[in-house]
Design a protein around this ligand. Structure first.
Ligand SMILES: Cc1cc2nc3c(=O)[nH]c(=O)nc-3n(C[C@H](O)[C@H](O)[C@H](O)COP(=O)(O)OP(=O)(O)OC[C@H]3O[C@@H](n4cnc5c(N)ncnc54)[C@H](O)[C@@H]3O)c2cc1C
Ligand code: FES
Ligand code: FES
Length: 493
């Protein structure tokens, strides 16, 4: 079954849209077509959160409220959801509890950031159980910048309004809204447009594979947290878009004693607890991956398929020895993640082929993992250098080491010379750490760019090798982190 429109719920009604340009962003539709101008545009690249809206999505018998940066989301991506914007919160002159708390607590001055902040808090209002901590609120608002009020009154207002269970008109109407969302889920393949220009969202992997074979030149879009910027910053035309968000099962998770398998279109926010359960450093990495909005839309597959030399997942997956599964037509093939990255801008992926899933071996009980992300600021920043270390120590000697870096070359890459220097070395001997660190310059010739000079990157990477090994050796005081590493019983320090 195929449908030539997208359909979603807007202010209690089902809207069906056809005939829109595939690259239309959700924000442009809201502001230029619907004329709902409460949602603001500032950075147009997913950083500031001024454009945050909420997509309500059916998850079994409940509704999930997802904050999304509408500036870099494509209109077609909202198929099957309920779109909630700042205009929808106050009713008959009564503010929503998060709006009321912000107003009463002087959490707004020029007000440009305020709609986005309200929508982020509104989404969290429907997720929170129990009173959140200040630290949690800081995480919730990491993707919302305010340039005049200062964060204290905003955070205070958040703490006040999020103290109890959600009780607003959205919760009161949940049974009816759930029924409407259920009705939207018709199992159809979406194809809006014609063979030369379309927004398509197939419902099954077979339909996706067939569509990609017919249109190998189409742009695959998962969360659009990269692709959206091609439109807003590079003014890319993108005549053919194939969206993965409706493909059944492509966002699945399978877990065995030995592996964790993540579907390519699994959003990073949903992947975080599963990947984070492998090691506290991975959990912390994902907390600092973009913002809640970016993790809600961005996917694990997109983070690998984009081929970025500074993507955060790749070094971790390479250190863990993960593999990537690709499909083209009927053919499915698997290769190690490290082999997927061929050279800058080039991956081992043919036209018409898509990333299907990532298979991650769980670290062995005696493996020690360390993951370190170096950025200019703590929150919502892309790595300048990122190091992932998986080291097994037996009888005081390094029995195995897999070490990978991002930000040090045109692709995420293993530090083979460092690994060799470590083979069989005494882990507790500081000379081991420094000899291994010195090999970094054999492995990498980094570039200079806005995030750091080549010399800075080399020095940082060397320091990370020393730090990781000192931590793994258990040197007291070596484990300095902004947030202390929560050691679980299984993983020794
Ligand atoms: C504000 C902001 C902060 C960010 N912070 C971080 C960060 O901290 N760390 C980090 O690593 N990244 C960060 N990113 C980058 C981005 O969010 C991630 O790379 C994300 O994982 C991309 O996933 P996506 O689903 O949005 O990809 P999309 O934008 O949908 O796609 C990215 C690329 O991959 C291709 N693609 C996507 N899925 C598939 C598939 N299954 N098969 C084949 N091709 C596919 C697309 O065609 C495109 O070329 C940030 C981005 C923004 C806007
Ligand atoms: S306008 Fe800044 S995140 Fe969208
Ligand atoms: S109130 Fe002006 S940017 Fe936040």
């Amino acid at each position: 079954m195929s449908r030539d429109c997208i359909q979603f719920i807007r202010q209690g009604r089902v809207l069906r849209l056809r005939g829109f340009a595939p690259r239309t962003t959700l924000l442009d539709w809201l502001r230029l077509e619907e004329r709902s101008t409460g949602t603001k545009e500032a950075c147009a690249e997913g950083d500031c959160g001024a454009c945050t809206v909420v997509l309500a999505r059916r998850c079994g018998d409940r509704i999930a409220y997802e904050p999304v940066n509408s500036c870099i989301a494509f209109l077609g991506q909202i198929d099957g959801t309920e779109l909630i914007t700042i205009e929808d919160l106050a009713r008959d002159g009564t503010l929503h509890p998060v709006q009321a708390a912000l107003a009463a607590g002087h959490g707004s001055q020029c007000g440009f950031c305020t709609p986005g902040i309200v929508m982020s808090l509104f989404a969290y209002y429907h997720r929170v159980s129990g009173t959140p901590s200040r630290e949690t609120i800081n995480d919730v608002l990491a993707g919302n910048l305010c340039r005049c009020t200062g964060y204290r009154p905003i955070v205070e207002a958040a703490l006040e309004s999020l103290a109890g269970p959600a009780a607003d008109r959205f919760t009161a109407a949940e049974p009816q809204r759930l029924a409407m969302l259920r009705d939207l889920d018709d199992g159809a393949d979406v194809f809006v447009g014609d063979e030369t220009s379309f927004f398509a969202a197939p419902k099954s992997e077979d339909a996706l594979a067939a569509l990609l074979e017919r249109h190998p030149d189409a742009t695959i879009v998962a969360g659009a947290t990269d692709v959206g910027l091609w439109v807003t910053k590079k003014l890319a035309a993108l005549p053919k878009i194939i969206h993965l968000g409706r493909v059944l099962g492509l966002d699945g998770v399978e877990e065995t004693d030995a592996t964790l398998t993540l579907g390519a279109s699994l959003p990073l926010g949903r992947a975080a607890p599963r990947l984070g359960s492998l090691d506290p450093d991975i959990e912390e990495l994902l907390r600092r991956f973009g913002s809640v909005q970016v993790r809600t839309s961005g996917t694990v597959g997109g983070n690998i398929a984009n081929g970025s030399p500074i993507g955060d997942l790749a070094p971790v997956l390479i250190a863990l020895g993960a593999s990537v599964e690709l499909r083209k037509g009927e053919r499915v093939r698997t290769l190690p993640v490290e082999k997927f990255f061929v050279s800058y801008g080039k991956q081992d992926r043919e036209a018409g082929e898509y990333v299907r899933r990532l298979v991650v071996p769980k670290p062995a009980p005696d493996a020690r993992l360390r993951v370190m992300k170096i950025t200019k600021r703590m929150d919502e920043d892309i790595s300048a250098v990122m190091g992932a270390f998986a080291v097994t120590v037996t009888d005081g000697r390094v029995a195995a080491a897999r070490i990978a870096f991002g930000g040090m070359a045109g692709v995420p890459k293993r530090a083979s010379a460092v690994e060799q220097a470590l083979a069989g070395a005494q882990i507790a001997d500081p000379a081991t750490w420094h000899a291994a660190a010195d090999k970094i310059s054999d492995d990498f010739t980094p570039l200079t760019d806005q995030r750091g000079s080549a010399a800075y990157r080399l020095q940082v990477a060397k320091n990370l090798v020393v730090k990781a090994l000192a931590e793994i050796a258990g040197v007291p005081g070596a484990a300095t982190r902004v947030r202390p590493r929560q050691e679980r019983a299984r993983v020794a320090s």
